[in-house]
Write a protein that binds this ligand. Structure first.
Ligand SMILES: [Zn+2]
Ligand SMILES: [Zn+2]
Length: 202
């Protein structure tokens, strides 16, 4: 489902059977009602075939697999030509970095005027800019519960521990975030002006 080496998720595609996409190709994430063990997220993603498709991701795959905290993650070791588990190594590395005060993902909470650490399951809507590397990202703050919209690089979303030093912050709380369609979000987002805020810990 999630490949830690390519940082991509694999989903079914009706025209190409399978599509591997990064987190920044997700357009909407919603917790699937009635799921508990495990919690499952219903996502819509932008497929390389040009269409948008639905897919399901478990909470583990969404938040923990990118940090290597899962058992099935294996890789082909080119030195020994053996399949080896990366999970322990990656997981320990992630734990060490988090203890040192590094955040795998972060965003700037506009109502609270401060950066916060976050996991991808807090992302609700994503919309890419018409050109370039920027992505509009709606995040439900795990602390205050409000939705903030940041404008970030794709790597900020896709690669754990890669955080933009500065992000764009839309000075507006999207009231209807849960109900808004991706199209509405996209139109509203790129019509807003946004200010730069530092995401540093200091
Ligand atoms: Zn497709
Ligand atoms: Zn907050």
């Amino acid at each position: 489902m999630y490949d830690a080496l390519t940082t991509r998720y694999t989903f079914a595609c009706p025209s190409r059977e399978e599509a591997a996409v990064p987190l920044s190709s997700f357009r909407r994430l919603e917790r699937l009602e009635g799921t508990g063990h495990p919690v499952v997220y219903c996502v819509r993603f932008d497929c390389p075939c040009g269409e948008e498709h639905p897919g399901l991701v478990s909470h583990d795959d969404l938040d923990w697999a990118p940090l290597g905290l899962r058992d099935e993650t294996t890789f082909l070791n080119l030195m020994t030509s053996r399949i080896e588990a990366t999970s322990v190594e990656l997981g320990e590395l992630a734990a060490t970095r988090i203890k040192a005060g590094e955040w795998p993902w972060s965003f700037f909470c506009w109502p609270e005027e401060r950066p916060r650490p976050v996991y991808p399951s807090a992302f609700t809507l994503l919309a890419p800019a018409a050109s370039g590397d920027r992505v509009g990202l709606a995040v439900r703050c795990p602390v205050c519960g409000k939705v903030s919209v940041n404008v970030v690089s794709r790597a900020h979303v896709d690669v754990p521990f890669v955080n933009d030093r500065e992000v764009g912050v839309v000075e507006h709380v999207f009231e209807r975030d849960a109900a808004a369609s991706v199209e509405e979000f996209r139109a509203e987002l790129w019509s807003e002006s946004f200010d730069a805020r530092r995401l540093g810990l200091e």
